[in-house]
Every structure is written in C-alpha cells, then in structure tokens.
Design a protein around this ligand. Sequence first.
Ligand code: K7E
Ligand code: CUA
Length: 648
Amino acid sequence: MKKILLTLGTVAVIASMQSCKMKSAESAVQGDAASKAYVAPGKYDEFYNFVSGGFSGQVTVYGLPSGRLLKVIPVFSLFPENGYGYNEETKGMLNTTNGQVPWDDQHHLELSQTNGEQDGRWLFANANNTPRIARIDLTTFKTMEIIQIPNSAGNHSSPFITENTEYVVAGTRFSVPLGDQDVPISTFKQNFHSTASFISVDKTTGHMNIAFQIVLPGMNLDLSHAGKGPSHDWFFFSSYNTEQAYTLLEVNASQKDKDYVVAVNWKKAEEYAKSGKGKKVAVDYAHNTFDDDKQTTSSVTEKEVIMLDPKDCPDMVYMIPCPKSPHGCDVDPSGEFIVGSGKLAALIPVFSFTKLTKAIADKQFEGDFGGIPIIKYEAALHGEVKKPGLGPLHTEFDGKGNAYTSMFLSSEVVKWRLSDLQVLDRAPTYYSVGHLMVPGGDTKKPWGKYLVAYNKITKDRYLPTGPELCQSAQLYDISGDKMQLILDFPTTGEPHYAQACPASLIKDKQVKFFDINKNHHEFVTMGEKKANVVRKGNRVDVYMTAIRSHLVPDNIEGVYVGDDVYFHVTNLEQDWDIPHGFAIKNNTGAELLIMPGETVTLRFMPQKQGIYPYYCTDFCSALHQEMSGYMRVSFPAQWDPKLGIHVT
Ligand code: K7E
Ligand code: CUA
C-alpha cells in the first residue's frame, strides 16, 4: 500500500500527530525495553522473520527479537551478490512469456501450513508487476519455483494460502481484458475483468499448478485470506473501485460508500472445475522450476487454463458490502471473524462466518454485482469497531481473542477485542505503518509474543542518508495488556507483509551442503583430475573445480576473441559454510557464488585479446588470496572480422 488519498486536511493531521509523537517517543520506550530485544552475542533469536522487499523484489530474513539481518533471498530481482538470475542455472527462474523480467515488486509472503498451523516447509512470495508467485524452500533458503499468472495484472491479493496449503491464490489488483485483447480503455465495464487464480500445491514436492481461475467483474481485488476451521472452504478477497472507474481513480474509485469483500467457496469451485463446468482457455504463461538433481532451472510455457464463470457456477461467489475501499482482509484464528479494513472508513467492520452462512441460506440479498449476489451488510456483520483510528489497513491476531490493526493515517497500532469489539490499547508507530505482523498471526495458532509494525516513513528516526531514508520496522512486546515498543530496525526495499515462525521450526532442517555424489549437473566435474577445457566450434566449456585454496585449471590458453566460454565451476567442498566465488576480469555479468557440492556456470564472451585473471571472491581460507588463475585470450589468425566469428 504505497499511496492513500491524501487531502491537505489529512496531511495537516499527520503532521500534527507526528510532531506530538516525537515528544512521546522516548516515553514509549521504557527502561527494560532494551533487555527484551537483547540477544547476547553467540545466542540465537527466537523467531525467523521473513520480510517482503517491496520494490527490491527480494525477501529478507531477520531474527526476532534482535532485528539482526540474517539473509537476503533473491526471488524476483537479479542478485549480482550470488549470481542469481545471471548464471546459466538460475537465469530461467526469471523467465516469463515476455522474456527475462529482472525485477519485480514483492508485497506479500505466506508460510506453508498444515491444519492451519505453520509447518516450516516453504515460503510463498508474490510479484505484483509481472504477475508471478514464487516458492522458496526453507531448508536451503533458495527460490525453487516461479509460476507466471495469465489473465492477471497487479498480482496483489497473493500469495495467501488455504489451511493445508492446498491452494495459493492470486487476485488481480488491476482488471484487464482477458486474453490480452486490444480494446478501448473506455470499454472497461464490458471488457475488463478481475480474476482469482487458485494454484494447487503438491503436498510432497510443493510444485505449483494453476488449477482454475474464477472470472469476476472489473474491479480491484486488493488483499485476501483463506478461511479456517468452520470457514475452511472459503476464501475472502477485499475489493475497491467497484465503481469500475478507469481514470482519476483517486476520486472516481472512492465514490461509493461501500465496496465488497468477495467470498469465494473454493471447495465448490474445485468441484465445478473437476466436473467440467469450466472453460478451457488457451493462454501462455511461464513455469520455472529449479531441479535439485540437475541443479538447473527448467522453464516451460504452459498453454491452457480452466476458467470458471460465477454465472455458470451457483453458490460459488458472494459479495459482502464493506466500507470504504477496504484494504486488508483478515480472518481470525477461530475462522469465525473476517475483518475488512476500509482505508477511508472511520470504523472497522467485522463479519461473522456463522451469520454469513445463515444470510446465504436465508437469501438475504440486496441485488447483484455483475450477476453475483450481494449479501445484506447487516446480515453478515458481527459488528463494527468504533473510532479505532484513521486509515485502518491490516489486522493480525494474538490467539488470545485480540486483534491488532495498523492505522496508516494516524500512525498507530490499535489493539481491540474480537468478542465485544472494544478498543483496548493503542501504540504509536514512527511513522505511517503499513502492514503489521504477529508471528503466526494469520494462522490458527499465533505465537502471540511480539508484534512488528512495518513503517513507510522514518523521517527523524535514524541518521539521515540523503533524499531517501530507509523504511523501518518496529518491534513491540504484546505479552502484557499494554503493547510495549522495544526496538526499531531498518529494512531493505519497502517492507509490506511479513511472516515469522519459531526458529525451532526451521533451524534444524537446514541443508549444510549438497552431497557431491548426488550432483547430476550436466557439467559437473567430479574431482580435480576431471577438470578440463573442451572446445566445440566457438563454444568453450571449462570444467573447473574449486576447493581450498585453488581453482583447477588455473591456466587456460587457446581461447580466442569471439569465443563463447562457459565456466562450469564445481565446489568440491563437503563442509558447512564454505562457498567459493568465481569472477573473471571484464565480465559484464555477475560473479558466481557456489555452495559446497554445487556446480554453477558463468558465461563469458571475451571481446579483446589479453590476459584475464579470475579468482575466488569469498574469503575462504588463509590462502584465499592464492585462489586464482589466468585465462589467455588470443586474437586468432582464423578470426574473420566480417563474420565476427572464429573460423576453424
Ligand atoms: Cu498494505 Cu501491498 Cu499488502 Cu503494502 S500492501 S502496506
Ligand atoms: Cu575460495 Cu576464496
């Protein structure tokens, strides 16, 4: 959530709020706060915190409560630090039907679940801009799969999952014509659609597949969450711009009093898809999977998707009116309450699943939206949280009957009770909080000890760094009645949603190195004796090994200007935390960072004759500086400058 309708009035409100908060900032941090966030040197954090990178396209991993940055996981953006997206093995991960897309805007994360609880297997991440979903393996912290979503744009209500990770969803923030048709923008109402895609996840391998897409009227689907427990079969999406405006959205998409929460019975949808109620539609989308065995990405173009139209599928989709341009759509741990956060509303509506099912049974409808029945607001409503603050965005839960909502405009976190909707506490954020996160706070079993607010604006909180200041996270202890601010820490990119789980769920499952005997990479070098240089026409394959503290071969001659050289570097180490790097002078791509037991390939096309040193970039031993070599590049007699190739 980057922008909000800001009038001069609200700006003034924010400004005045911020100035009074600056005073209270110190009093908000109490004496024992530092000790609560203190993790002594050599001690581990209690939680892993996975934070979306926003416009960095990556995912970052922090420890909680210390706020220590543990890792940047490259997902949707090139990452020269380890060669992700540059080397031959992972290039294909960023493939789309529009070629390699080297960047994206990454907003939401979801950890895989079993029975509504975190199971520590995978982390799913969405790409907003060129619609994609990624799956990250939590034994290696590597991106293993990226699937492109067709008939989609602004893939924002994604990648939320069902209780047993049956499906990960993708909903369109921007409606577009299906099948990328070329139509006038003014035909929005007739031709533009939003879609909700349900991507099935294989229970054992995690492999994703688009099971079906539900076609909805043109509007902006914003966020979503699956039901749980009694509401297991349902998925809830927030929507805005149900005015169906296509210009001046700031004004035109804020006309109506209420937009909708879209309630989708995915179990029904699944049955409809299986019984052939859907239409098979020709599409094109890339599906990239990293093969652990071959250590390479295979990228295929998928050709078909099943589309379900609510008109042909009764009882599958309902609309629940929700004030006003809702953003977050959050389901409490019991699965009974669905919280819609109208970013322009002065209250928080809370819907009851029991009442919703009754309203459907009693047909308490008030018309339809594009043929989809609209349930009466009051019929589905549990109640409203009155005067919670300004600009409610997102809500998480502590598992003790309380909810926590972020307030963008009034820069605070508000704690309220689900049963009677009373506001219990409020804590200032510095400043303009977007998402917030309680470890496990969107599952059946929140861990409930901490809350992190992810803020858009830091202003005066840190040393200034030119025109752009870092975004920031703030950690609160929520174990008592009152929230207590205990730590600030800067984040990379722009943080949106985040997830956290107990360290114990993940830390003992870590892959320490890859078994070299199971390395079936096409260009593996099984031992130094096998190291070799092989020429076929213009192509030169260098079978290279790396082990402390030398590269084999370390002298290469017979390479010519115009050759296409592939360095396949196998790290022979079988020991934890001993990667080797590989870089060669004048290479216009990135380096390689090769994990123990892995083979990774750098492609290099020398443009000029000369001597090209190459070396290991990761300080791996006392003789790391010696871990280097020379490649001689000659200008061959057979060189044909007209053809630009080396003629043999
Ligand atoms: Cu509120 Cu994109 Cu989830 Cu940001 S979104 S804040
Ligand atoms: Cu290997 Cu430095």
